[in-house]
Design a protein around this ligand. Structure first.
Ligand SMILES: Nc1ncnc2c1ncn2[C@@H]1O[C@H](COP(=O)(O)OP(=O)(O)O)[C@@H](O)[C@H]1O
Ligand SMILES: [Mg+2]
Length: 297
């Protein structure tokens, strides 16, 4: 399956709302339950999760490892069916893919150059050569990859491979962008650079994004609204609005007292859940956030 165009063309539950209705929710999830059969009996991954993501919102889901984040995103992408519940996507404009998914780690084709990887979704849709050149060129430029367009993935660093995934996903111009911890394997410097690039591209496109992370810092840096999940079984623990104006300057934002307050608020919601889960009590980013946030309270 092509990671860049997951779910494309699938006829799922689509409402008949007009595409330009300003206040219609882009994604409406009702009472998602997901159970996986396992040798030890059914495993409840999602437990009655309901949410609305408005058109053009950067929606972030944060939660401890194993809480059902990837499962939720895979259901939204049409890669998995919920055991119970429904999802409605308001009408996508014709001729565009419903969603593109960017995975953790790299999911680009090793036998294709940077250019061909970025152009893949558009080529599959039969987009004319001139438009393809313009759009792919634009996103390779935005992600700093123009100089590397003839390279193959094995000649690229981890950060550059994730840039290719981002360029491919945005070039594909999906209605909804689904991102599953795309920066989690990167070092701090690369993570910050990629977050800045993603913010710049998002400011241009204002796509509806569902972005998963286990990093509180990343959630507050990028998101308009953050859903905090409980440890498995995944439920909604809290919804937190992020009031910061856009465009955002990542470093400037992180120095603001209001930023630290929101990070601390989310960390409070998460702390019990992280302790409850089987994983490490706190990831680096959560610890960092807590330490940074403490002095302001
Ligand atoms: N195909 C599957 N079969 C059985 N259990 C699964 C399957 N996929 C995920 N799980 C389990 O469901 C829970 C949620 O997984 P996942 O959505 O990957 O969590 P997260 O992305 O938040 O780390 C975990 O306990 C995981 O082991
Ligand atoms: Mg996951």
């Amino acid at each position: 399956m092509d990671a860049g165009t997951a779910g494309q063309g699938r006829k799922r539950h689509v409402s008949d709302l007009p595409a330009d209705a300003a206040d219609d929710p882009k994604i409406t999830v009702r009472e998602f339950v997901k159970e996986f059969p396992t040798k030890a009996g059914p495993l409840l991954a999602l437990d009655h999760v309901s949410l609305d993501v408005p058109r053009g919102q950067f929606f972030v889901i944060v939660g401890p490892s194993g809480c059902g984040k990837t499962t939720l995103l895979r259901i939204l992408a049409g890669l998995e069916e919920p055991t119970q519940g429904s999802v409605v996507f308001s009408q996508a404009p014709p001729g565009r893919p419903g969603n593109s998914m960017i995975f953790q780690g790299d999911s680009i084709f090793p036998w294709m150059t940077v250019w061909d990887n970025a152009a893949y979704g558009l080529k599959m849709r039969g987009v004319a050569a001139a438009e393809l050149r313009e759009v792919v060129g634009h996103y390779l430029d935005k992600t700093g990859l123009t100089r590397f367009k003839d390279r193959y993935p094995h000649q690229l660093s981890g950060g550059m491979k994730q840039r290719v995934s981002i360029a491919r996903a945005f070039a594909n111009d999906p209605d909804i962008m689904l991102m599953d911890e795309p920066f989690s394997a990167l070092d701090e410097q690369n993570k910050t650079l990629l977050q800045e690039e993603l913010l710049r591209i998002w400011d241009e496109t204002h796509k509806t994004v569902v972005f998963i992370t286990h990093s509180v810092d990343e959630a507050v840096t990028l998101g308009d609204r953050i859903m905090v999940m409980t440890a498995q079984p995944g439920r909604i623990k809290a919804m937190v609005d992020v009031p910061f104006e856009r465009p955002r300057d990542v470093l400037q934002l992180r120095g603001r007292p209001a930023y630290a307050e929101i990070v601390y608020d989310i960390w409070q919601h998460l702390r019990d859940e992280v302790n409850r889960s089987d994983q490490q009590p706190a990831s680096d980013s959560m610890e960092t956030s807590r330490r940074r946030a403490k002095p302001v309270l």
